[in-house]
Design a protein around this ligand. Structure first.
Ligand code: COA
Length: 532
């Protein structure tokens, strides 16, 4: 296979400047990750510990195999919304007793671990990832149920959590609930629907109605233990399969359960000793230009991402604004589609469509590296059939059945987001780099379009046009779109599965590829390779 040769000069002023901008973006990300780790804050964390309980991240650490990596998902969910950063839930993919699992852990220090609309989306996404990739699920349960002030937004869709858990079980994908604390009302159905329920003595409270509600409803006087304690559920109701004497015991039992489920991946494991890239991934920071619209050669990124920097480029002389080719990552064969000069023309769209179909013919997962301003506009291109060609590409992406992994490296604008397998096109996992932007179009363009539309409308109505007011409006719209295009804003709303340090791209893709290979990787048969 051809080996990529880097032409990066790490001694230039430009390289140093680029690094500085990326380091600042990563520092801002790290600051938010710290806030996520802090959960509900020092006061509530201390109270939790004083009650003899482990924080959710310590529960996770004890659950995972020692020194194994954890791919955390959407750690910045709910950022900037008024809810705790992270959305009072911890989700991710980790290895428990040698089995790759999705872990979903409530953050009991943030509003009692209550579920708000963002925690709900994050939970449902984690369950979807489990279903699509055939990953067992372990729930670390301690939650006050629905966030009551926002119940209107979540009560109906929250029913889906139990639907998903049941469906997983129906698909033969194991589900486990380790119940450390509150799991009341609707929450009681988490251990209720899981294949295995482990309840912690004097900690777990699993009931449909607590003492005050029962008193109100029927007049009965009953305490927590009689209504939903671990001992009662282990000896009397039978809801509990395992009685854990304390939190450590529950985690031990959870790890043991995973040794008994006889789990086998349907695809191969990662290569034990894959060839590292020839170039240092750390240098990616100096490659990325500061503005989201400045093009850069994605081969420089691939040279620092794929095994041995080996890349067999497909159609290198045609549709050069999009780079396509074959490589391996941690031993897994992949097809890569990476934007080069941002705009997608007809040639790029057709090349992408063919390439996606070839990957399906050979059951090869696809990696989409986004840096796109969308499909080309203008009379020449419309007359050249850009809509038809973009539609071919979107058709190929939609009907592709091999796993897609998407990374927004710098920009994802317009229908380019769709063609390059954005969220609506079901990538199995999707991440962004911290300085990436995503929107229907760039902020300045959008504000400019609104101004032109306003001027035309005033003219049509014979009204005078106030240029000064227009300038102010344009500035305000531009600022608003700029804010809404920011990677934190996008990830807060679960439009991706998290922001990653660009230097971790190879590792994240390797873990993602390993996760998707729990399921059979099978391309679409029947749409064949038709030349266009
Ligand atoms: N919705 C919104 N906020 C909630 C909440 C919920 N379901 N549960 C707790 N909170 C808030 C509390 O108001 C409190 O806020 P404050 O510190 O600003 O006053 C904070 O979260 C911590 O709650 P606290 O009761 O002090 O924590 P705890 O660890 O002692 O108890 C619970 C946790 C979950 C047992 C308890 O808060 C509770 O019973 N909540 C209501 C549970 C419920 O009925 N849920 C509806 C199920 S559908």
């Amino acid at each position: 296979m051809a080996v990529l040769r880097s032409s990066l000069d790490t001694t230039t002023e430009e390289y140093a400047q680029n690094r500085k901008v990326q380091e600042a973006a990563i520092a801002a990300l790290d600051e938010q990750l710290e806030a996520t780790i802090a959960g509900g804050g020092a006061k509530y964390m201390q109270r939790h510990r004083d009650r003899g309980k482990l924080p959710v991240r310590e529960r996770l650490e004890l659950l995972l195999d020692p020194d194994s990596p954890f791919l955390e998902l959407s750690p910045l969910a709910a950022w900037g919304t008024g809810f705790t950063v992270g959305a009072s839930i911890l989700t991710g993919i980790g290895v428990v007793s040698g089995v790759e699992c999705v872990v979903i852990g409530h953050e009991p220090t943030a509003r009692g671990g209550a579920m708000n609309p963002y925690s709900l989306r994050k939970t449902l996404r984690a369950l979807e990832i489990a279903r699509l990739n055939r990953l067992p699920v372990i729930n670390l349960v301690e939650s006050g149920g629905a966030d009551l002030p926002t119940q209107a937004e979540l009560f109906v869709p929250a029913g889906r959590i139990f639907h998903e858990l049941t469906e997983l079980s129906g698909l033969g994908i194991p589900t486990v609930a380790l119940v450390f604390g509150n799991s009341t009302a609707g929450g009681a159905y988490v251990p209720g629907m899981c294949d295995y329920a482990v309840l912690v003595d004097r900690g777990a409270k699993v009931f449909l109605g607590g003492p005050p509600l029962v008193k109100m409803a029927t007049g009965e006087e009953a305490d927590d233990e009689a209504l939903g304690g671990a001992e009662m559920h282990s000896r009397v109701s039978g809801l509990s399969d395992y009685f854990a004497v304390d939190e450590h015991d529950a985690i031990r039992i959870g790890r043991e359960i995973m040794t008994r489920v006889n789990w086998r991946k349907l695809g191969p494991a990662p290569a034990m000793d894959p060839a590292a890239p020839l170039y240092d991934p750390d240098e990616i920071l100096g490659i990325l230009p500061p503005g989201s619209k400045v093009p850069f050669d994605p081969r420089e990124i691939l040279a620092r991402t794929v095994d041995g920097s080996e890349f067999d480029e497909y159609k290198p002389l045609y549709g050069t604004s999009l780079v396509t080719g074959w490589a391996r990552i941690h031993g897994y064969p992949v097809g890569v589609l990476a934007n080069h000069r941002g705009v997608l023309f007809s040639e790029e769209a057709k090349k992408a469509s063919e390439f996606i179909m070839l990957a399906n013919q050979t059951d090869t997962p696809l990696i989409f590296l986004q840096n796109t301003t969308g499909y080309m506009v203008g009379a020449e291109y419309e007359q050249g059939g850009i809509i038809k060609d973009g539609a071919k590409m979107i058709n190929a992406v939609t009907n592709s059945t091999v796993p897609h992994l998407t990374i927004n490296m710098a920009s994802s604008f317009g229908a380019g987001n769709y063609g390059m397998s954005g969220r609506a096109y079901d990538p199995r996992l999707m991440f962004a780099w911290p300085s990436a932007k995503l929107a229907v179009m760039g902020a300045a363009q959008l504000a400019g379009v609104m101004s032109i539309v306003g001027k035309s409308s005033a003219e049509a109505q014979g009204k005078p046009f106030d240029d000064e007011a227009d300038a102010k409006r344009t500035e305000a719209i531009e600022a608003q779109i700029e804010e809404e295009s920011h990677a934190f804003y996008i990830t807060a709303r679960l439009y991706d599965d998290g922001i990653i340090d660009p230097r971790d791209t190879r590792t994240v893709l390797g873990m993602s590829l390993s996760a998707v290979h729990n399921q059979t990787v099978q391309g679409r048969r029947g749409y064949g390779v038709f030349r266009m």
